[in-house]
Structures are given as C-alpha cells and as structure tokens.
Design a protein around this ligand. Structure first.
Ligand code: IPT
Length: 928
C-alpha cells in the first residue's frame, strides 16, 4: 500500500472546497460516540485491509470519538515547545509513527436514499486516511481545520462502515510545531450532512455598521436566487445578493454583543445565522471598530483539557469564556490554530474580539537557522494557501473575528505573503496579522511578543501601523508582574492597542493528585514545565494572576484627589448608567460605615467626579474603599484611599534585659538562647527566630529566562545558604542587642545585622538594621526575617492588603482590609512548586490556635506562612514533594522582589528589585 500521502507536503487529497459552518434544515447525522480502535507503533505494523467492511475488529478496543488517544491509555502524550520530536528532514517522518485505526459501524435512515451527502471531520491530528464502505475517500491534512468528503453514492441506507487511519506524524507535522502536547487523534466531531441539490453549500454574510449614521448594510453572498429574512430588522425574503441599507441597527461589540438572526433560503434549503454589525478599519494608524479605537485586553487561548487533551466539551468552553468575561478579558487570540467551531459561536454571543489564527507553526526550524523552513519553500505553498482558505471560509461569518492571523513563529517567506494576499482578495473586511512580518510587508498591524515596557513606549512614540502585543506577560507559575505598567502604556500611546497575555491555561495533565508536565511521560526530548504557563490552573481554577488582570483591565477606574472621588470610564462604547458605587470605611478593628452612590454620567474614555461620602471621624488608621459594580454584583473597578492617621510606633516604657545563670537572656516575657541569640520563648509560646532571610523558592520567572538566569546568579552568590554567626549579645537597662553576621561560605560577602530588642506594654519590639559588606553583584529575592512557630497556630487574620497574594509588581487587585484565612489556604498551588502566598502591606497579623502570636509592623511588612521552609519549597519539583513540617515557618518581609515575566520576556522593572544596601525595619511581637 502506498503511503506517499504522508510526505506530500501536507496537501490533503480528495477533500471538497472549504465553506462556512452553517446550521440548516438539511438532515445531519452525528457520528461522535464509541468507535472501535487499534493503535500500532508504525504503519507497517498496522493491520492490512482494516478498511474493508467485513474486517473483524472484535479484538480491538472501544474509544470515544472525538478524543486525543494518548489521554486514554493508548501511547503517551509528549511535550516540546519548539523542538521537533523527530529529525528535521522535510517532508519525511519517522518510521516509528503511531497509527490509530478507527472503525465505526453506523446506520443511515432510509430517507437518505439517493441523497447527496458529505462526511465532515472538524479536526484530525495530524493526518487521516478515510474509507467508507471499503471505498477510499481521501486524506485529511491540517489538524485543526475541517475536511469534508463527498460520500454521495458511497453512503447507503442501512449499515455503513467508516474506517479512518490516523497517523501521529505526517508532513503536516512540520507545519504544526505549536508549543503544546503532541496529541494525535480524531479530536473534534465527525458528522454526515445531506447536501440537497440547489442548497446552501456556502454563504458569506457582510454586515457593516456606519458609526456616523448609526445605520447598517447587510448582504449575503449565497447561491443564485437565494433570499433572506431578518424579522428584527424588518427584512422578509429579500434578495440575498443585494446590499440592504438599514437606517438604525444595534452595533456588535464585546461590550454589547448584539446579534440578529438571519435566515437564508433557497428553494431546497434554509440556513440560520447570527449576524453582528461591525466595521473594522485602520484609520490614521489606529485599528478601529465602528469608528472607535479599540484596545485588546486579551488572552492567548489554547484548547486544552487536563483529562481529555485537545477535546474541550462545549459546556467547558462556555464556562471558561464566561470566566474570562467576569475578569474583563475582551479579546482572544486563538493560539495557534482555529478553535473548534463552537468556540467562535460563543465568542459572538458573549462578546470577544477574536484574532483567528491559522494552523501553522514551523518554530523548530529555528534550530537550523531557518534553513529548509517551509514558509519560503514553493513546495509547501499549496499547503499554506489550503490552510488559510480553510480557516477563512469556515469562520468568515463570525462578527467576533476581526482579524485573520497567518499563524505563529514560522519566520517569514513568500508562502506567508501569499496567504495574506489570498485572504485580502477573499475578505477585504478584516486586517491581517502575523507577528513574524516585522517589516509589515504583508500584514496590517505591527505585532510583537514580549517586548519590554520601554520598547513598547518607544513604539508608541513612533509612527506606523497599529501596534499590538500578540503575546505579553508570560503567566508561567507565579506571575506575571508588570501588567499594570503595560496597561499604562496602552493608555498613554494610542498606537499601542493592547495585547494578549501568554497564556490562558496551564496545560497540566491530571495524574493522581497533581498535574503532569513535560518529561513526566518519559519523553526523551521535552521542555519540562514550560507548558504550565497559564492564568488558570489546568482544571480552570483561576490563579491569583486572574484577580490582578481583572483589576488592571477593569472598565471603571476609581481615583481620589482634592476631596473628591474620580470615576473614569474605560469602556470603548458604553456609558456608566449600569454602574453603582459602594463605599466602605474600614479600620483595623471594624467597618464603622458604608453606603452607596450612583456613578456619575461619564462617556466612554472620559472621567467624572463625585464628592466624598459623609463618614464618621476616626482616630487611627482608616481606609475608604469604593467599589463599582454592575447590577449582577460583578466588580467593575475599585479604589482606595487612606483617610485616617498612620499607625504609631511602639509605646514608651522599656524593661531591662538580663542574663540567666544558664546563659539564656531574659527580656520581659521573652527568652533568648545564647548560641545564636534567637528568641525561643515569648510568654507561653515556643518560637525560633528571628533570623535574617533573603531567599525565596525561585519562581519560574526567577529560574528561567532569556535575560540571564537570575537564579543561577543567586545560587552562585550563595543566597540560599547563608551561614549565621553570632557576634555579640548584650543585655542593658533598655533591652537587648544582638549582633550577627550572615554570609555565604566561600565568599567575603556578608550582611551584618544589629537587632535592638525592647519590651514594653505593646509587646516585644525589634529594630533591625542590616549593613552589607563586600562587593555584592546580585540583587536579593527578599529582605526580611523568619521565625518558626508552633504548628497549631494555623488560623490567620491580618489587616493589610488582601485577600489574595501580592508582589510589588502585581498588587492591583489587593485592597487594604481585615482578612481571615488559614495557613493552608494561604498557599497557592502552583503546579511547579515556587514562592507563593505573600500578603503585602500588613499592619497587623495574628496567628492563633492554642495560643497565638500578634505581629505589628513599623509601619508595614509582608508575610508568608507555611508548613515548610523556603528551602523545602525550593527543592520540590512536584507538589507531592512539598513536605509538611511540624512547625509553621513565618517570613516577615521588609521587601520582596517583584515577579516580572522573565521566563519568556522582560524581567522585573528596576524599581521592583531589592538591591543589596543598608536596611532598617521594625516589628513588634506579642503572645496572645
Ligand atoms: C512564544 C510562542 O509563540 C508561544 O507559542 C509560546 O511558546 C511562548 O513563546 C512561550 O510560552 S515564542 C518565544 C520564543 C517568544
């Protein structure tokens, strides 16, 4: 048998011309369900003649279609980012080519007798050879694109047998090197549809909006003689191929995704579409929709499910898109392939700007210096054009799709340019995107990934086509940091029209109680946890980055100044008539007052002011919080201002320190041991500390990166293994002084500390001074102290920022208030263990449970509390490796480094670093 199709430069065979997805009254038979399946490690080991109807498949297993077969125990998933997991020798593929033979027996009703019909595959990864009733129909290519075959005359009423041989590797694999798991299979739906003669094989709706007049123009390209009706627009059976001008329509946008039902009909078939009116145009260097500059608050969305692989049930998609909407995400780039067709229906309905991206990535050619890259090789031109036309034809009727993207990371070349010009000739209503065309020779927008803040601002100051970040803010592990600073750039420079966070979801595969990443399936070549870089965990639970992003993308911004509250409307089209403001006054002990106010009438892009509410006088620290919400209670923005006096330093009276006969030192309720001078008892509470602490379990952004591995420098400097030496401990009439030197072995670098202890009515207070010694060349993960506490102190309450974790460059979502949690709940379960759970700007912290400890800051501190040390967390590479120790390890930080985005992009902005320099800070401890 000839397998030449595998190496035919990714050209499908025997497929029908592409067309739009359309629901019509022509009968459809869904073929999803339980199929028969057999996996062979190579084609030569696959059964001969399995396509024959009479073939005996009783020894095979059952497999649900759609499915990614490695997720069901057949072979294994494998992860690489850009490295091809096979030798680069296009168009050839390895002999070891997992081949999944699929068979389905199905019954066709008598009413189908003699009907013209097509068999449709919505997605087969990577290549499928198809037989119906023993007749070969052809070969699919382009995993994430539909393929249809004419089955008229082959399909028959009664029993039919469909046989599909799917190969993991084909020439198309060279074009599908996206950063994700390699997951072969028939992973989208399979269906049969009758195609009546004279029916609606294809339609192309054109629904423009004139923002000057408020009118719409509607035309439907359909077979000759077709008519359409749109009752809500007063149109009844009007000629399809003429433009119908409508005096007033409700325009479509993510802020108001207004859809009109349009029924298109020929004598033989009636189809139904949901149409949105909008006009995309580049005007004076700005990307506009319906006459306004738009701004992408977007995410890159891969199709992923932790149990099913690339099969994402439609109800899961709906839930995830609703989750995006609740976090003020208004745009999706379908990285890096067209999504399942149902996804775009939901984008139309719920409202997202979509950049629909073609199924194309040849990133692995980076390792040959792009030698042999298909993008500039004429032998691959047909495949490039085939993929582009199949995407455009399939998705052309979606109002949400406002740009076509040629693909991702495929360098540049004539085949990409040809895709662009074909798309323009077919659909001139949507601009073209492709990040690889830096010179904008064949694209309409200047697109970049991971450009630094400074470079984005420079681009904003220069002139040229609209600028977008198709990827930014790499959400790997704990991060990204610096989102708010990017947003500020989008708001400062009109040319900078927003971007798409990389990426929506962690692609972790469920494995017992945790999620697997690259290498966990024994892959010889893999990229580890680089696939765990989303805003939501693999099970779609939001990570703290989601709260941050919601605050940064918030459509309403609250500010304070000159005794007034400023309310800024950051919508593109909406006013604020749906917004209610709620205010709360809070102090460390109570919430003495709250109330409501209407938002001022503010047009999009404008801001208005209202006066401060009347709230009672408060003596100490107090905060006024104003929250803007919609009628469903969804928070649209929040702001805060301090309205009371700052907290005072500790009280006056001071007890003397003294030395006990056994060498221990006593100060009021406190006992210090004589070896290191650490506090070991405070009243009834056993403690151990404080010790200077500068380490954190490196985040992915600390560990990885194009900009020099920070973690390597930290480890070389020995920050994770400081030795502690006691240089002196003295008791005097006013307290104790402990002198220590913290230094890594093998260097002459050190941090000297002087801790001055006092005991008074307020508790036991420490004034810490840190003075560096030597020529340090690194910055620090953090500066602070750590203490070990009894494991029973697991109830946590604090007055400070919360409720979620916060770092200096990721703190837009956290507001000052009084919060309660537990030590266990303070942890964020990042798939790859790393620093997490830090609470910021804390004034008062209490840990309780069979006694308690109160910590107050002078003035504030950050804290983490967990049942293991930072060293434990550092050692673990899987969640199950994080030990649970007997004690709670509490870090009190004066400062902690920001997060940045260095795992793939710029690092922490200089102002969020922790330099080695002198520091002074203080805190007060009391036993409860
Ligand atoms: C960029 C890719 O486009 C994306 O698919 C993903 O791999 C991301 O990086 C990292 O997670 S490419 C990179 C070289 C900038």
């Amino acid at each position: 048998m000839d397998n030449g199709y595998l190496t035919d430069f990714a050209r499908p065979a025997g497929t029908l011309p592409p067309r739009a997805v359309l629901s019509t009254d022509a009968p459809v038979l869904r073929l999803d369900g339980s199929w028969r399946f057999r996996l062979s490690p190579a084609i030569a080991q696959a059964p001969e003649g399995f396509w024959r109807p009479e073939f005996d498949d009783s020894a095979w297993t059952n497999l649900d279609v759609p499915s990614s077969w490695p997720m069901h125990g057949h072979g294994k998933p494998a992860y690489t980012n850009r490295v091809y997991p096979f030798p680069i020798d296009p168009p050839y593929v390895p002999t070891e080519n997992p081949t999944g033979d699929h068979r389905l027996r199905f019954t066709v009703p008598e009413s189908w007798a003699g009907a013209r019909a097509v068999l449709r595959f919505d997605g087969v990864d990577s290549c499928g050879r198809v037989w119906l009733n023993g007749t070969e129909l052809g070969v699919t290519q382009g995993s994430r694109l539909p393929a249809e075959f004419d089955v008229s005359g082959v399909l028959r009423p009664g029993a039919n047998v469909l046989a599909v041989r799917v190969h993991q590797w084909s020439a198309g694999s060279y074009l599908e090197d996206q950063d994700m798991w390699w997951l072969p299979g028939i992973f989208r739906s399979v269906s049969l549809a009758q195609r009546p003669a004279g029916g609606l094989d294809d339609v192309f709706v054109h629904a423009d909006y004139d923002h000057v007049t408020g009118g719409g123009a509607l035309r439907v390209d359909a077979p000759p003689g077709a008519v359409f009706s749109a009752p809500a627009l007063g149109l009844h059976e009007v000629a399809a191929d003429q433009t119908h001008h409508l005096a007033a329509v409700r325009p479509w946008s993510p802020e108001d995704p207004a859809l009109y039902t349009v029924e298109v009909a020929t004598a033989a078939e009636t189809g139904s579409l949901r149409v949105g009116f909008r006009t995309v145009a580049i005007v004076d260097g700005l990307l506009t929709v319906n006459g306004r500059r738009i701004e992408f608050h977007g995410v890159n969305r891969h199709e992923f499910h932790p149990d099913l692989g690339r099969v994402v049930p439609q109800e899961v998609v709906r839930a995830e898109l609703e989750l995006m909407k609740r976090h003020h995400i208004n745009a999706i780039r379908t990285s890096h392939y067209p999504p399942a067709p149902g996804v775009l229906d939901l984008c139309d309905e719920l409202g997202f700007w979509v950049i629909d991206e073609c199924d194309l990535e040849t990133h692995g050619f980076l390792s040959t210096g792009w030698r042999g890259n298909p993008s500039d090789d004429p032998r691959w031109r047909d495949a490039y054009l085939d993929r582009m036309s199949r995407m455009v034809e399939r998705d052309k009727n979606h109002p949400s799709v406002i740009m076509w993207s040629l693909g991702n990371e495929s360098h540049t070349g004539a085949n990409l340019a040809a895709m662009a010009s074909w798309a323009r000739s077919r659909d001139d209503s949507r601009p073209i995107h492709y990040e690889g065309d830096r010179a904008c020779e064949y694209v309409d927008v200047y697109s970049r990934m991971y450009a630094s803040h400074a470079e984005c601002a420079a681009i904003g100051r220069a002139s040229g086509p609209p600028f977008i970040l198709c990827e930014y803010a790499h959400a790997m592990g704990n991060g990204p940091g610096g989102l708010a600073e990017y947003q500020q750039i989008f708001e400062t420079y009109p040319r900078c029209q927003g971007g798409f966070i990389w990426e929506w979801i962690d692609h972790g595969i469920r494995s017992g109680d945790q999620f697997a990443y690259g290498g966990d399936f024994g892959e010889p070549v893999h990229d580890g946890n680089f696939v765990i870089d989303g805003l939501v965990f693999p099970d779609r639970t939001p990570s703290p980055a989601m709260a941050e992003l919601a605050a940064v993308y918030a459509p309403v911004r609250i500010g304070f100044g000159a005794g007034r509250i400023t309310v800024a409307n950051r919508y593109t089209y909406r006013d604020l008539s749906h917004v209610t403001l709620t205010w709360t006054l809070s102090t460390p002990d109570a919430e003495p007052a709250s109330g409501r106010a209407a938002a001022p009438p503010v047009a999009p892009g404008e801001s208005g002011q209202i006066s401060l509410p009347d709230f009672p006088d408060v003596s100490g620290e107090a905060w006024l919080t104003v929250v803007a919400a919609d009628p469903d209670g969804l928070v649209l923005g929040a702001g805060q201002a301090a309205v009371g006096a700052a907290p005072r330093a500790a009280g006056a009276s001071r007890l003397p320190g003294r030395r006990r006969a056994d060498g221990h030192l006593l100060l009021g309720p406190a006992v210090f041991e004589p070896v290191y001078g650490r506090l070991v008892r405070l009243g009834d509470l056993a403690l151990d500390g404080p010790r200077l602490h500068v380490w954190r379990a490196p985040t992915d952004n600390d560990r990885l990166g194009f900009h020099g591995e920070l973690m390597r420098d930290w480890r070389e400097a020995g920050l994770h293994r400081l030795q502690e030496r006691l240089d002196g401990i003295e008791a005097d009439d006013e307290g104790l002084t402990v002198l220590s030197r913290y230094a890594p072995a093998g260097t002459d670098l050190a941090l000297r500390t002087t801790v001055r202890w006092h005991a008074g009515e307020d508790g036991l207070s420490a004034e810490v001074r840190v003075v560096p010694e030597g020529a340090w060349t690194v910055t620090l993960p953090r500066i602070g102290v750590r203490l070990a506490l009894p494991g029973s102190l697991s109830e946590v309450e604090w007055f400070g920022r919360g409720p979620g974790e916060a770092y200096p460059d990721s703190r837009a979502a956290v507001l000052v208030g009084r919060y309660r949690s537990t030590v266990d709940e303070l942890q964020t379960p990042y798939v790859y263990p790393q620093e997490n759970g830090h609470r910021a700007d804390v004034r008062l912290l209490e840990l309780r449970g069979g006694g308690g400890l109160r910590v107050t800051g002078a003035p504030t501190f950050g804290f983490t509390a967990r049942r293991c040390t930072d060293e434990d967390l550092d050692m673990a590479v899987r969640r199950t490796e994080i030990p649970e120790r007997d004690r709670i390890h509490l870090n009190l930080d004066l400062a902690q480094r920001g997060l940045g985005s260095a795992s793939c992009g710029p690092g922490v902005l200089p102002r969020y670093e922790v330099p080695v320099r002198e520091y002074s800070f203080g805190f007060t401890l009391s036993a409860l």
